[in-house]
Design a protein around this ligand. Structure first.
Ligand code: PD2
Ligand code: ZN
Length: 302
């Protein structure tokens, strides 16, 4: 769906508080309503294009995600640069699991909140991944965009990532951007780990969310988006990742040539107007792909 259309549908009205200073965007679609408060968002930098939303998740949402994940954690994997297959690696030592998209009302509500904040449709998002880092565990600097062709097939490149912190971390566990243009501007005090001092860093705080883009607006990959999760030094870290693609990440239902069906209510009208001949690839299909209006175009095999 066109993101601008999505925005129109999902952001139903803008609510202005009585003193007129704060505003929030109230969502009225979907299973639960969520308020977006743009005054809690700060832009971190243009390179990488990164934003921090303080208190994006409520404590209840954070605790719920941890409850859903805690008995289902497995060693985290990374995508092999050549084959794109998931492999174990010392680059990433956390454990994690994937929720299902819209698996319950709370998960669906957060997915809608992410779509409203990023202006990117829910259907472009992967299922949320919940991550757990214990003492010493880390994710070394990497890009979220892919290097292999196989992973680009569904949804194309990952355009953006929303990282949500589900817990505070006593020391370490920062998200670090080693190539950030503003790294030199950040005060590197004792509250940051040595790893975090290697770039611009965001300290995990329960409920906060970090949004950054892995692609430039012209769709080329952004080297400034290199980022990692520093080793946890004290305490533990829980986070949730939502990777968002340039196109829908939902697999189209497979249409078989043996199914004699129309998949659009307009098929009959289009066929009457001659679209089967004018637009055969869509209406009838090709050698490899079945078309959408096979019944109305009278091309079913039996
Ligand atoms: O959990 C994190 O802080 C983190 C850092 C970098 C997660 C990811 N990348 C990721 O899931 O891509
Ligand atoms: Zn990442």
């Amino acid at each position: 769906m066109d993101p601008r259309l999505f925005l129109l549908i999902s952001l139903c009205f803008l609510v202005q508080s009585s003193h007129g200073k704060e505003s929030s965007l109230k969502l009225t679609t979907g299973v639960s309503s969520a308020a977006l408060d743009p005054t809690r968002v700060t832009q971190i930098s243009w390179s990488p294009r990164a934003f921090l939303y303080r208190g994006f998740l409520t404590d209840e949402e954070c605790d719920h995600f941890i409850d859903l994940a805690k008995d289902k954690l497995e060693k985290s994997m990374v995508a092999d640069n050549d084959s794109g297959k998931s492999i174990e690696s010392e680059v990433r030592t956390s454990s994690g699991m994937f929720l299902k998209k819209a698996q319950d009302a709370i998960v669906a509500g957060v997915e809608e909140k992410i779509a409203a904040w990023t202006f990117l449709p829910v259907e472009n998002g992967e299922a949320m991944q919940i991550l757990h880092y214990e003492h010493g565990q880390k994710y070394e600097p990497h890009f979220d965009f892919f290097h292999d062709k196989a992973n680009l097939e569904l949804g194309g490149h990952r355009i953006a990532t929303v990282l949500m912190y589900l817990s505070d971390v006593a020391k370490g566990g920062e998200t670090v951007f080693p190539n950030s243009e503003i790294s030199f501007k950040q005060k590197k005090g004792n509250d940051l780990s040595d790893c975090a001092k290697q770039g611009y860093s965001v300290k995990p705080r329960k409920g906060d969310a970090l949004l950054f883009f892995s692609l430039h607006p012209d769709a080329t990959t952004d080297n400034a988006s290199l980022h990692g999760s520093c080793p946890v030094i004290e305490g533990e870290k829980w986070s949730a990742t939502k990777w968002i693609h340039v196109r829908s990440f939902e697999a189209a239902p497979t249409r078989s040539k043996s199914d004699c069906a129309d998949e659009d209510p307009n098929c009959t009208a289009w066929a009457l107007k001659g679209e089967c001949e004018k637009n055969p690839l869509y209406m009838v299909g090709s050698e490899d792909n079945a078309g959408y209006c096979r019944k109305s175009c009278k091309v079913c095999s039996s």
